[in-house]
Design a protein. Sequence first.
Length: 179
Amino acid sequence: MKRVTLKSEITHPHKRLQHLAGRYLLPFLFSDFPNEEILIADSKKPYLKDETYHFSISHCGNFAAAIVSKTQRVGIDIEIFTDKVFKVKEKFLNKEERDFAEKYQNNQPLFTTLWCAKEAIFKWYSFGKVDFKNNILLQPFIFNDDGVIDTIFKKENKSISLITKFKLFENLSLAWIAV
């Protein structure tokens, strides 16, 4: 196993553990993953200069997740269910998405999954400056413990059709994209 590097500016013990946990997972996905070469973009996305691998890391509470690909951009997000998602829904969901979600009567796992899906797409895009309400459009879907969300990513007069996958666990949601 390769050594996992830690950024010295991370001083909070739990944040340090989260930082290490995400990077610790990468060599399990590809044994030759070069953790020591990870750089951070202005958008806060970690990347490799030579793009040998495309990867994304997420952590929340005591959980961490990672996704890696040699051929395509990826994004992943993991979130614990909390009521906080209801307080910010106006900021990340457009009217059509809110109408869809409210049919599920303020279902905390659903709203968390919608947030995770948008965050995973934001990480996939990786260039920052994304309006979650207007650039990431989630289409209605059947909500259960795992599934897919047809998604349209609109940026700079271009539209890209994407498939965002998700899985629910006891108290958290995981969403990822690989395109």
